[in-house]
Write a protein that binds this ligand. Structure first.
Ligand SMILES: NC(=O)c1ccc[n+]([C@@H]2O[C@H](COP(=O)([O-])OP(=O)(O)OC[C@H]3O[C@@H](n4cnc5c(N)ncnc54)[C@H](O)[C@@H]3O)[C@@H](O)[C@H]2O)c1
Length: 354
């Protein structure tokens, strides 16, 4: 049997463990997997583009488990009552190929993305960073805000979105968070002014440059989450040129990240190197650092593994027979229960209770 984990199950996990603790566990799980980078079979995700958006498949495996995620990005979806980003994924046993878990990954992606952002900022932002600009106040934004507040001690947020309704929603959802001060900014420049960390998490199909060199102050760390597709960057090339840039998986980031705008030899550092102390993170208080986040399959592998373990512990998740359990594994046809004899009764095939 395969375990099916739904958004309701994820809400149950959050209710049982609390969001701050879950984000912390996700960060720890992703960090641990990035530290064993060499053990994974990796590939840049496969993207299928259309005029409205993109649909992507993201596979990764170690010697024991294989994971993939299906995810889309359709910035106009809110007009149809659908989220911009929707996802689900599978965790399978490498030894047999059997899919063990089929899980929602829409909520899980938002949490793993925020946890990955904090993991990067822990290595790259100035110690003592307390203020953050949050540009783009859509579905991902609460998770980014709360991960940085609980994980890194960010206590002041400046919010900006081209859609004031999105900012009002974010304010409403964060209103009860103790020790977190919110300021609604009048522009990107107003939000970014004086911020220790700048998080951009916008969605737009057009090429929209959100942050320009004139906005950058010495020592800033930029967490650029929304620029994750060809033709969809958030940072002007001059911002990247003046910074040290860190990526998840270079072959994928060169295609999808903000660094797509830079020459092929523009220097980038893969984050796992910083996490394994084989490359420097921040070198000085004045340095500008950029985490050019696009989202890598390994983050979903870590998140899927963790939510599967937590669901098991809480007895959440339905057992479904996604794959037929057969009395004779070579008699797949027998499952259909059809007879070739004309007029013969159509009886259901014999399924084993697994
Ligand atoms: N890097 C990753 O791992 C990762 C993971 C998940 C999502 N994403 C990306 O993050 C982005 C946001 O995702 P979401 O689910 O929150 O989308 P969403 O549609 O719910 O929210 C996006 C928000 O950005 C705002 N926006 C658009 N253009 C803007 C601009 N020029 N200035 C300010 N605000 C602007 C929109 O009004 C909207 O409120 C998407 O581009 C998505 O692809 C990246």
């Amino acid at each position: 049997m395969t375990t099916l984990i739904t958004p309701r199950d994820i809400a149950g996990i959050v209710a049982a463990h609390g969001l701050p603790a879950l984000l912390q566990r996700l960060e720890a799980a992703i960090t641990a997997d990035f530290r064993r980078w060499g053990e994974f079979d990796k590939v840049a995700r496969v993207a299928s583009h259309s005029g409205a958006g993109v649909i992507e498949l993201m596979p990764v495996a170690d010697a024991h488990r294989y994971a993939f995620k299906y995810v889309n990005g359709h910035p106009g979806n809110h007009r149809l009552g659908l989220p911009t980003v929707m996802a689900f994924g599978v965790l399978a046993d490498v030894a047999t190929g059997r899919p063990e878990v089929l899980s929602e990954l829409t909520l899980t992606t938002a949490m793993r993305t925020a946890a990955t952002s904090v993991m990067a900022a822990r290595a790259l932002a100035r110690p003592g960073a307390r203020s953050m600009a949050l540009v783009g106040n859509g579905a991902q934004s609460e998770f980014q805000a709360l991960a940085f507040h609980h994980g890194l001690g960010i206590d002041r947020l400046a919010l900006f979105d081209v859609d004031p309704a999105a900012t009002r929603k974010l304010q409403r959802n964060l209103a009860g968070v103790a020790g977190l001060k919110l300021r609604v900014a009048s522009s990107v420049a107003d939000a970014v002014r004086g911020a220790d960390i700048v998080t951009t998490v916008t969605a737009d199909k057009r090429r929209a440059t959100i942050v320009t060199p004139g906005m950058i102050e010495p020592g800033m760390h930029l967490n650029a989450v929304g620029g994750d597709c060809p033709g969809k960057p958030e940072l002007a090339p001059g911002v990247l040129a003046g910074a040290r840039v860190f990526v998840e998986y270079e072959p994928q980031s060169r295609i999808e990240g903000d660094v797509q705008q830079m020459p092929a030899d523009f220097p980038v550092t893969e984050l796992w190197r910083v996490l394994t102390w084989t490359a420097d993170g921040r070198r000085s208080a004045d340095e500008v650092t950029v985490f050019d986040s696009v989202g890598f399959a390994l983050e979903d592998f870590s998140a899927l593994s963790l939510v599967a373990e937590l669901a098991r512990g809480l007895q959440l998740g339905a057992r479904i027979d996604l794959i037929p359990a057969l009395a004779d594994p070579r008699d797949l046809y027998g499952l259909l229960g059809v007879s070739e004899r004309p007029g013969a009764a159509q009886v259901p095939g014999r399924l084993l209770a697994a």
